[in-house]
Design a protein around this ligand. Structure first.
Ligand code: PLP
Length: 420
């Protein structure tokens, strides 16, 4: 069931041996490690090849047919193609494929519809929210008045009634639905109802779940949220980048929010690569990939829960889940660095009501999009679960856990990603 075609399009750089050697080391690293970082994936060789195209040479400030530079006829063609394909992926009327990243997409929406000091109601960062939803160091937290909603203390899931209550008290101009480390279905319908009750805008940030929505394994935000922002490089499996989709009526506001609001010239080579990724997302195989991601996530999560680990919210509905390490008296930092030195790469993560700071954390986040792209399934998930469990339960006994490194490396190499 391997989905990705392995191969190396543009990865060799004969003219610069120094850079080529480093790139090749990174190819080896990606091939030799089992990546469970929930926000990572492997772009296909066709995506990589479009990223390495001559479109990087072109300045194209503006939008198709309205450019500030000459020579944009093919840029217009590629951007229009990317937009049309994205509209088809999400079944929407308007899309902007220029955001350089997810944060850029969010910032552009804020600039388009908010004034400084306007109120935003978003998910607490500890409970799964993202830094661009109001972290004090981020532009969102500096320019706007942020109010956070939390998950329920018992269920560790979104409590829509408490959000409704907060929304009525705070009366934000914008409500954000969306997260970086929330393992459950997000009910965009309920968010819409709450936003309507107080006349607020609703923005859905689907950075993590864009590929799951495209693959029809998570309910869509399109038609419910006023604005949907996202990234193209997580479950959507394209190049690094962002997008905005919405109703046509906001097109001018959102377009100017990106350019000239928050960006200059678009990265046309990245737009070309996005176009390739959107076509891949329209292929029937993509739905199979999306279903497999969730199947793998549930298998791995169930294994670890049955093996005694405490899972945040008790389980998962999507591509990721979180382990609460408090019962093991181990920090997320210890867990992630120990696993990484045994070729299992994931990240530490704050968990709801975490007592530790974000550099230590009491949790780890585990995602299955990347291993699914490599073609791994049930059998591999069970092996990986066994190894994670063994390493975490014996993490201070370096000699005992040492053999896991070679086992993990061997399994990874059985599912190579790229060659050179
Ligand atoms: C990953 C993520 C982003 C940011 O994407 P970048 O491309 O890293 O800027 C924004 N929002 C959410 C919810 C995310 O998970």
């Amino acid at each position: 069931m391997r989905i990705l075609n392995i191969g190396s399009p543009v990865l060799n750089n004969k003219a610069d041996k120094e850079v080529e050697a480093i790139i090749n080391k990174e190819i080896d690293r990606q091939n030799e490690n089992i990546t469970l970082i929930a926000s990572e994936n492997y772009a296909s060789p066709s995506v990589l090849s479009a990223m390495g195209s001559v479109f990087t040479n072109k300045y194209a400030e503006g939008y198709p047919k309205h450019r500030y530079y000459e020579g944009c006829e093919y840029v217009d063609e590629i951007e229009t193609l990317a937009k049309n394909r994205l509209n088809e992926v999400f079944n929407c009327e308007y899309s902007n494929v220029q955001p350089h990243s997810g944060v850029q997409a969010n910032t552009a929406v804020f600039l388009a519809i908010l004034k400084p000091h306007d109120k935003i109601l978003s998910m607490s960062l500890k409970d799964g929210g993202h830094l661009s939803h109001g972290n004090v160091m981020n532009i969102s937290g500096r320019y706007y008045e942020i109010h956070f909603y939390n998950v329920d203390r018992e269920t560790e899931q979104i409590d829509y009634e408490s959000i409704r209550k907060m929304a009525k008290e705070v009366r934000p101009k914008l409500i954000i639905a969306g997260a970086s480390s929330y393992p459950r279905i997000i009910d965009f319908k309920k968010f819409r109802e709450i936003a309507d009750e107080i006349g607020a805008y609703l923005m859905a940030d689907i950075a993590h779940i864009a590929g799951l929505i495209a693959g029809e394994v998570h309910p869509t935000s399109i038609g419910l949220a006023d604005f949907t922002t996202g990234t193209t490089h997580k479950t959507l499996r394209g190049p690094r980048g962002g997008f905005i989709v919405s109703d046509k009526k906001y097109s001018t506001l959102l377009d100017t929010g990106i350019f000239p609001g928050t960006q200059g010239g678009p990265l046309v080579h990245m737009i070309a690569a996005k176009a390739v990724a959107f076509r891949e997302a329209l292929e029937p195989d993509f739905k199979k990939y999306a279903r497999n991601i969730i199947e793998n996530s549930k298998i791995l999560c169930d294994y670890l829960r049955n093996d005694g680990f405490k899972i945040v919210s008790g389980g998962t509905d999507n591509h990721l889940f979180l382990i609460n390490l408090e019962p093991l008296e181990m920090t997320g930092q210890d867990a992630s660095s120990t696993l990484a030195s045994h070729n299992i790469v994931l990240n530490k993560n704050v968990i709801p009501f975490d007592k530790l700071n974000p550099t230590l954390t009491s949790g780890i986040r585990i995602g299955t999009a990347a291993v699914t792209t490599r073609g791994m399934g049930k059998e591999e998930m069970l092996k990986i679960g066994e190894w994670i469990s063994f390493v975490l339960k014996n993490w201070q006994n370096k000699i005992k856990i040492a053999p896991i490194k070679e086992k993990a490396r061997k399994l990874a190499l059985e599912y190579p990603v790229y060659t050179y």
